[in-house]
Design a protein around this ligand. Structure first.
Ligand code: GUN
Length: 294
């Protein structure tokens, strides 16, 4: 059996098209132009690529986009001043501070300075707590994209065994929390987990978010399982060039799984689409208008 390949790129295009319709509707009917600000501190090349893509997608959706680039010598106070200015700007509904931040800037202090209503990354401790107890919250984009793909393929997730490999604040923990909210039986596995292979083999839904190239092997996958690969790892090829691979050994796992996301073209495109969707959610909440179903 060969797995269905879940096309995250196509799915993301549909989400982005909906966001563009919603933006058009809000502009025409509520006088509201959703605005997203992205703050980038330093010279990390991968971050520059992400931020450029986010900016492009925001403009393509018809939203207002503000990009703030700061040198890697920027102090914490200077970053906080920018965040506070964006908190007070009525044209901005979503604020994202690209991670990682340089060492002199305290990540938690910066994330928690963002107005929780504008926290489109869903990393603020208020949003983490609200999501955990089932209150309306901004939800981190990558796990949100994974849940959308899972529900699209599987429908009701109730009672399924979900294993999340990785316990980061950005992906692993919120992913587990969202799966629990969907009534899955959830296990979070990590570097200290005993019998990781066995644990993975029990998963109807296997989410890999460890950042280790091809760590999850084909025979760790339960036949028919749905595999979501969050990893984006750049590895060297024999010809000296590089290529992207996930945390799952895709070629082996696709022979066992029922469905699997590829890398690239799986989870990655969904993250930006969900960021735009979160910006619509934030703009509507702040302006006190319903999210348009168009
Ligand atoms: N760096 C890598 N992924 C992310 C993300 O989803 N949000 C932010 N703010 N920074 C990141």
């Amino acid at each position: 059996m060969t797995a269905e390949i879940i096309d995250g790129k196509l799915f993301a295009e549909k989400v982005r098209a909906k966001v563009a319709r919603q933006t058009e509707y809000l502009k025409a009917n509520a006088g509201l132009t959703p605005g997203l600000a992205v703050v980038l501190v330093g010279e990390d090349p991968a971050s520059h690529v992400y931020v450029r893509n986010k900016n492009k997608a925001t403009i393509e959706a018809g939203m207002k986009s503000e990009e703030i680039r700061l040198p890697d010598t920027t102090s914490q106070d200077e970053v906080l001043t920018v965040v506070n200015r964006l908190n007070d700007d009525p044209a901005i509904h979503g604020i994202l501070v690209q991670l990682p931040l340089p060492d002199q800037v305290d990540e938690t202090a910066v994330l928690d300075a963002i107005d929780p209503e504008k926290d489109v990354d869903g990393f603020h401790v208020i949003n983490t707590g609200r999501q955990a107890v089932g209150l309306p919250a901004m939800v981190p984009c990558t796990p949100l994209g994974c849940i959308m793909m899972l529900k699209d393929r599987l429908g009701d997730l109730s009672g399924l065994n979900a294993v999340v490999v990785g316990r980061s604040n950005i992906v692993g923990k919120p992913m587990a929390s969202l799966l629990l909210a969907e009534n899955c039986t959830v296990t979070i596995a990590h570097s200290r987990t005993r019998n990781l292979e066995e644990v993975c083999r029990g998963a109807d839904i296997l989410v890999a978010a460890v950042g280790r190239p091809k760590m999850i092997q084909g025979n760790w996958v339960k036949p028919g399982a749905t595999v979501i690969d969050v990893g984006i790892n750049r590895i060297a090829k024999d010809d000296g060039k590089t290529r992207l691979v996930g945390d799952v050994d895709f070629d082996a796992a696709k022979e066992v799984a029922g469905a699997i996301t590829p890398v690239p073209g799986g989870v990655g495109p969904m993250t930006i689409a969900c960021l735009l969707a979160n910006t619509i959610t934030a703009a509507c909440r702040i302006a006190n208008v319903d999210v348009p179903e168009v």
